[in-house]
Design a protein. Sequence first.
Length: 190
Amino acid sequence: MYVPQWSAYLDQARWLLEQQQRRGAGFQQTAVALIGFDGVLLAVLVSGDALGTVSRYDAAWWATIIGAASLVVSAAAGVMTILPRQTNAVGAKDTLKGWAKLKKKGAWDRANQHFAEMLLNPAPKRDAPKSRWARWARRWRTRLRLAEPPTQPLKAATHLATIRGRWTTASAWFLVLGLACLAVALFAAP
C-alpha cells in the first residue's frame, strides 16, 4: 500500500498534540503537590507558636510575615495552574461538514485526511458577538492585548501547556522564597 509523505507529518502532529497534553497535565500535578506543601507549611506556621516566638525580634518577625505571604502567593499561583482554561478547536458542526465533503469526494484515506484537517487547520472565523456584554468583553480583550486562544488544536495545546508552566514556575519560586524567609526567621530567633 502506498503511504503518502504527509502521513509522516500527521504522525508527528499527533505525537506533538499528545506530548503537549501530557506536558500540561504534568504541570497540573506539580501544582497540586506545591499547593499541598504550601498548605502544610501554612498550617504549621499558623497553628504553632511560631509567630509568638519570633515576634520579639524584628528581623525574624518580618521574615516570618514575608515567608507566610510568599506561601500564600505560591498557593494562589498553584491554583491558577489547575484552573480550567478556554481552548478553541474546530466545532462539531464544521467537523461533520468536512467529513461529508470527504465522503463525497471518495478520498482513499478519509480517516487520515479528516484528522489532518481537524488537527492542523484553524477553525473558521466566528461571527461578531451578538450580546452587548460579549462585544464589551471583546473590546477590552483587544485593548488589553489579551489574545484569544489559537484555534488550531496543536497550537492551542501548546499555548495551554505554556501558560500552566509559567504559573507552576511562579508557584515554585514563591515557595522557595517562603522557605528561605522561614529559615531566616528560625535562625534569627534564639
